[in-house]
Ligand binder design. Structure first.
Ligand code: SAM
Length: 212
């Protein structure tokens, strides 16, 4: 028999209902509309979304309401969450679809996976993302600013550098939790992103300008 999943009814009651909840639909609405708008600004039409570790489905609620034409797939490892909120039951550390998505959302999930599983999850996410990734994962440095009343603290703390090293294979950081898939062709100006633009992409952009 598989071991009981700790993401059960009591977990979702504790962290997603009432005053002590982690984040509310209203907060996620601000974030989701920002992510959608930035996608449009960067030239990515978000026609398909994969929500990894979708929990109570707050992001899906926003998309259904405001962007009903978007094809939305949500997965979760928790039998309770899948039955109650209607996701496909998948473990992101062991599953990848053949399909690629314009936006992958992975909000507050990877810190619950051990290092080997988180590394496999990032590889699976990288394989399935053709546009943008929205990623929030608590790191060791974040502990100082966590709201302990609202946060499940049973997690695997790693450094930001640990995540960056694994994300770098498939993604370039945009900022504010957004990462552009390398295969997306998104090009950032130097001050749009967190660091210097690699000289190869700078050369491409300059030469396309000089042809105009
Ligand atoms: C803190 S909740 C976040 C839920 C949602 N993303 C949100 O931000 O509201 C973490 C979720 O990740 C799911 N999860 C944990 N490990 C997972 C895995 N290996 N694969 C897929 N989902 C996982 C849990 O079942 C839970 O629903």
């Amino acid at each position: 028999m598989p071991p009981p999943c700790r993401f059960d009814a009591a977990y979702f009651r504790r962290y997603y209902e009432g005053a002590g909840r982690t984040h509310s639909p209203r907060e996620i609405a601000r974030l989701a509309s920002g992510v959608y708008g930035l996608g449009a600004w960067l030239g990515v039409e978000l026609a398909s979304v994969l929500d990894v570790g979708a929990g109570t489905g707050i992001w899906r609620g926003w998309f259904r309401r405001h962007r009903p034409g978007v094809r939305y797939r949500s997965i979760d490892v928790s039998p309770y969450a899948c039955a109650r909120y209607g996701h496909e039951r998948r473990d992101i550390s062991r599953w990848r679809a053949r399909e690629r998505f314009d936006l992958v959302i992975c909000h507050s999930v990877l810190q619950y996976l051990d290092a080997a599983a988180a590394e496999r999850a990032l590889a699976n996410i990288g394989a399935m993302c053709r546009g943008l990734l929205y990623l929030e994962a608590v790191t060791r440095a974040d502990v100082a600013i966590l709201d302990l009343e609202k946060t499940d603290t049973i997690m695997h703390l790693r450094s930001g550098a640990w995540y960056r090293a694994r994300l770098a294979k498939d993604f370039v950081q945009v900022g504010a939790g957004l990462w552009a898939a390398r295969r997306s062709g998104i090009r950032l100006y130097e001050l749009e992103g967190p660091g210097p633009v690699p000289s190869s992409s700078l050369r491409r952009r300059v030469s396309s300008f000089s042809r105009r």
